[in-house]
Design a protein around this ligand. Structure first.
Ligand SMILES: [Zn+2]
Length: 57
């Protein structure tokens, strides 16, 4: 089970699941809407999912 990076909902991984390859990582989305939101501001959601510790490469 993956989590939608935009809203945090659980996403069942299947051929029909909304997903996207971004910077060599696969991200899953619960709906097409979440996918669209991610496409508009991918960094916003990726940064939000990271722990805000000291900067690492
Ligand atoms: Zn979502």
């Amino acid at each position: 089970m993956e989590h939608c990076i935009v809203c945090g909902m659980e996403v069942k991984v299947s051929n029909e699941a909304e997903s996207m390859n971004y910077e060599n990582k696969i991200f899953y989305f619960c709906t097409t809407l979440c996918k669209v939101l991610f496409e508009q501001e991918p960094k916003k959601y990726i940064d939000a999912g990271k722990e805000t510790k000291s900067e690492e490469e």
